[in-house]
Each structure stands twice: as C-alpha cells, then as structure tokens.
Design a protein around this ligand. Sequence first.
Ligand SMILES: [Zn+2]
Length: 225
Amino acid sequence: MTLQKNTTMLNLILPLLLLLTPADSLSSNSLEENKQEKFEVDNKTIPWEIKDAVVEALAYFPELAGVRIDFEFKDRINGAVMQAQPRVLTLLVTGKEKREYRIKITRELDLGDEILAIENVPHDALVGWIGHELGHIMDYKDRSTVNMMHFGMRYMMSNKRLTEAEIAADTYAISCGMGHQILTVKNYILNQEGFDEKYRNKIRDLYMSPAQILSLQEELEEDEG
Ligand SMILES: [Zn+2]
C-alpha cells in the first residue's frame, strides 16, 4: 500500500474513529495503563482480576489463538459494559492476519444501591459477556479494512446494523459452544436489579432475546447431532 493511499484512507477513517472511540484510543499506552498489572498469555494481556474468566472464554475460540487482544479496564464506556474494537493503526498498516484488537471492560458496574467490581459478576455471566466480545472479534477478523469502515459507519447510524452485529457476535459465541454462558449473561442483564434502564432497554430491543438464544443453540446442537 502506498503512503498516499494510507493517508487518504486515514482521512476517511479518522472521523469514523472519533465517533467510534473516545479520545483515549489514540494514546493507548497512557501511564495509567502501564501501571496496571497484567497477566500475559498467547499474545493477550489481561487484568489479573478477570484472568480466569477470560482464559476460560478464550478456550472456546481456538481461531483466536495467537491473535493480539488486550483486555483493558475502563472507568466508563459510553452505552456499554464491554466493547471490542480493532486497533485502528493495525487496520491501516497490516494485513488482516496481523490486526490487533482490544476489549474495553468497565471496571465497576453501577447497580444503583451497589457498586459491583466486574470480577464479582456471577462467573458464567462474566465468561459469557467476554465470549460475546470475542464473538465480535471473530466477526471483525475476516472483514476487509474497507468493509470494516463501511460496517462501522452503518453500525453507528442504524439500529438494524447494530442488531446484525450483535446477533453475529452472539451467534459466533454460541456456535463455539458458549450457549449456556451467553444465555446466562443475557438473563443477568435483563433480571439483575439496578441496571440502568436505558442500557437494559437497548439489550432488550436490539440484541438476541433469551428465547432466540435457546432456539439457535438447539438448532446448532441438532446440526451437530
Ligand atoms: Zn456486542
């Protein structure tokens, strides 16, 4: 790819980036992050507090072996508890197979009466939550850069595209054998007292429902058997 092409692409992508990610995405190695203790395995960096849950979820995704993924705690993520993203520079300068990703994870859930550290979310729900994000990375992994840009824009602008992306993520995770955990986290979000209603409504309206998860899981099991 020529330098000029890169620059043009950067011009195209930059506005999208600013939409997609808060300013911190451009300076991922802030001092704050460097201070955090991380567990490192197979090209992944993982905060110690959630290491077991992440390693358990990763075991369902052999195709992500060796893929660079950084799991990062954040104080707050706009409209989400976790968020998977490609590292933008790796979208521009390397081939698909060398792309790097990160999964942002809210450090503490505000449940109204209670502040719950993320590692204290019931284990299977936490594993399912991480599995859903890994499902997004499976989905991103095979998209071309141009496709990813278009996808990102549509995702921002239409609920239909958002729904498609979320269904894709759940479908990847369920087909990797995580049906139980995906169902557990869905029920956790829908039933746990104290979740922000706006967030809960988004999950209810735009994401797969527990019934849809169950029927997909059954279909996949029938296919296998
Ligand atoms: Zn998602």
